[in-house]
Ligand binder design. Structure first.
Ligand SMILES: Nc1ncnc2c1ncn2[C@@H]1O[C@H](COP(=O)(O)OP(=O)(O)OP(=O)(O)O)[C@@H](O)[C@H]1O
Ligand SMILES: [Mg+2]
Length: 260
């Protein structure tokens, strides 16, 4: 759904390997996401979807290979032909280019909706307090929650909390937004309101990588569906190809399961 011509937000994942305790969970991932492209990442539990997302914004280091956003490493710099991990402060600055929204919202419980959104921009000295609050109000409006600015997370439904989490991610004006099963912790009747917000983002030309089991949504919104199995991309293509005419037996098996 690349409606607007985006000029930034190119993600290049090149031959990424990652192991935990000697078990390789990413076995050489190559994935390029174009500016403004919407990629749905599908795969069975344990296939490495979350780990892959987390390597994109350097919440996870890689053992081999590289990840860049618009040609820049998030967690590393190249010196004398070798990659060196950057200092925490620099990583935090660069990580703001890639927002991430988690399944369980991860809002700060002691901050209001508005404060959750202004926290990072203020900590990073992006704006003064007044400007940050104004921008946060605008974002709350955009996700349909202007009247909830002063509510604490415990006073909000799951769907509302997730919309605040999306507004919070947007406050840093990321080039790329990652979603890790953004609706799977929600009651079924609350899924739609969150998907509506993500759909709007897709139209606006933000690069999106979305891990989801919402196959109907992936079919509608994604430009490309990527299917991951046991740490490898086994199949990818347009939603029509992958979801309607899957070629790989593992893709067929997975779709049969999630589509019931
Ligand atoms: N920090 C960690 N330490 C040890 N093992 C980990 C860690 N993170 C992930 N793993 C393991 O790596 C594998 C891939 O996990 P990952 O969370 O990426 O899968 P996933 O595809 O997101 O699964 P799910 O659909 O259940 O969320 C799993 O076997 C998991 O147990
Ligand atoms: Mg996961």
């Amino acid at each position: 759904m690349t409606a607007v011509t985006a000029t930034s937000g190119l993600v290049e994942v090149h031959n990424v390997h990652k192991s935990f305790h000697g078990v390789e969970v990413l076995k050489g991932i190559d994935l390029t996401v174009q500016p403004g492209e919407v990629v749905a990442l599908l795969g069975p539990s344990g296939s490495g979807k979350s780990t892959l997302l987390r390597t994109i914004n350097h919440l996870e280091t890689v053992d081999a290979g590289s990840v860049t956003v618009d040609g820049e490493f998030i967690g590393y710099e190249l010196r004398h032909g070798k990659l060196h991990e950057l200092r925490e402060r620099e990583i935090l600055q660069r990580r703001t280019q890639v927002g991430i929204v988690f399944q369980n919202f991860h809002l700060f419980p002691h901050l209001t909706a508005l404060e959750n959104i202004t926290e990072a921009p203020l900590a990073l000295k992006r704006q003064g307090r007044g400007e940050a609050r104004e921008l946060a109000f605008g974002l709350l409006e955009r996700v349909g929650l202007a009247e909830k600015a002063d509510a604490y997370p415990r006073q909000l439904s799951g769907g509302q909390q997730q919309r605040v989490a999306i507004a919070r991610a947007l406050a840093l004006q990321p080039k790329v937004l990652l979603f890790d099963e953004p609706t799977s912790a929600l009651d079924p009747e609350l899924v739609g309101e969150v998907l509506d917000v993500i759909r709007d983002l897709a139209k606006l030309g933000t690069t999106l990588v979305i891990v989801t089991h919402e196959i109907g949504f992936a079919r509608e919104v994604a430009d490309r569906v990527v299917f991951l199995d046991q740490g490898r991309i086994v199949e990818q293509g347009t939603p029509a190809d992958v979801l309607t005419r899957p070629q790989h037996p593992r893709t067929r098996e997975f779709l049969a399961k999630v589509l019931g």
